[in-house]
Structure formats: C-alpha cells, structure tokens
Write a protein that binds this ligand. Structure first.
Ligand code: 5GP
Length: 195
C-alpha cells in the first residue's frame, strides 16, 4: 500500500485557512494532525479535537521525551506536532496535514524532505487588513500587529513548494487539490509503476 503524504499548510491569520481546511477535510483521505499547545482553550475548543491542551511542564516533559516532530514558541506559547499524530497515519496511507506556523514549517521541511509544503497567501496586504477589520473581533492596534506578523510570514513564503492565493475560496481549494494530484504523479513517488 502507498504511504500517505505529509503536507505542511501555513497561512497568516485572516487568510481564510480555517475555511479552506474545512473544505479539504471533507475528503476523507486527508487528516489534520491535532497539535499540542500551552495556550488556553478558546470558547468551544475541545481537548483532543482542536488541540491537546498541556501545561508548560507537561509540554517540556514531552520535549525531553522526543515526542515532537517539531515545536515552536509563538505569541508566548508552545505549539508542537506530536509524532504520534503523524507516522501511524502516513503508514496507513492517509495524507496528514500539519496546520503550523512558519518556524515549525521550516523545521519539518528539513527533517522530512518528502513533505509537500503549501503557503496560503492573501490577495494583498490591504485585502488582509480589510478582512481582519470585517471580522470585528480585534482592536485597530491588534489588527496592525497581525498585519505586520503576516508581512513577516509572507516574506518566508518562497521557502514553500507552492503558494496558493486565497482570493476566491473555491479556486484556492481547487488549486490545493491540483497540487496534490500533481504531487501523486511525480516520478519519484511512482516506483510501484516503474521499477
Ligand atoms: P492559534 O493559537 O490561533 O490556534 O494558532 C496560532 C498559530 O500556531 C497558527 O499560525 C497555527 O498555524 C500555529 N500552530 C498550530 N499548531 C502548531 C504546531 O503544532 N506547530 C507549530 N509550529 N505551529 C502550530
């Protein structure tokens, strides 16, 4: 049986990553890895579904046990991908999506060179600012901080295999499936056809 593909999926806040992932995950061949974090759960978030919510002590214990494929500190909290969320599923042929920020993504690219990396970009910085304002959940200062953070993240986008601009949701989702379709046809993953 063919192993699943490991997919790195990063996007600055406000790029519609959540909506895109919800569409992609309707296809049951894909699974999104559940990360561990030390941040507080937001309203409605459940342990083991959205994240594994750990204390700093528990998280550091897992670091010392080498339980993570990668971890990073982001906005004063730890976030990490547990190996147990990745390898068993890949072995069973499921494609595993890691929804992670840029520092963690760069680590996975180094460790797993067969991973496919996809960066989701906004159509423009002004459009990103407009979308964040429309959400109406953050103050002007927080919005500007998110916009600067997004600019820093976008400057790393060239390290990814693919950049998908999320202007129209259906097009962005269809671009993602096109990427995965092409990836499956790469000669290096076709040793079962051509020996
Ligand atoms: P949030 O707190 O909004 O859920 O996530 C904040 C950031 O952490 C997002 O950019 C998200 O992609 C990233 N993130 C979530 N899980 C992981 C992880 O396991 N590793 C890394 N490096 N980043 C993560």
């Amino acid at each position: 049986m063919k192993k699943g593909r490991l997919i790195i999926f990063s996007a600055p806040s406000g790029c519609g990553k959540g909506t895109m992932l919800a569409e992609i995950l309707k296809d049951k061949n894909y699974r999104c890895s559940v990360s561990a974090t030390t941040r507080e759960p937001r309203e409605g978030e459940k342990n083991g579904i959205n994240y594994y919510f750990l204390t700093r002590k528990e998280f550091e214990q897992k670091i010392s046990e080498n339980s993570f494929l990668e971890y990073a500190e982001y906005c004063q909290n730890y976030y990490g991908t547990l190996l147990s969320e990745v390898d068993d599923y890949l072995e069973k042929g499921t494609d595993v999506i890691l929804e992670i920020e840029v520092q963690g993504a760069l680590k996975v690219m180094q460790k797993r060179q067969d991973a496919v990396s996809v960066f989701i970009a906004p159509p423009s910085i002004n459009e990103l600012r407009r979308r964040l304002k429309k959400r109406g959940t953050e103050t002007e200062a927080v919005i500007e901080e998110r916009v600067s953070q997004a600019e820093r993240e976008i400057s790393q986008a060239k390290n990814y295999d693919y950049i998908i601009v999320n202007d129209v949701l259906e097009n962005a989702v269809s671009d993602f499936f096109a990427v995965m379709r092409a990836e499956r046809l790469k000669s290096e993953f076709s040793d079962d056809i051509i020996k």
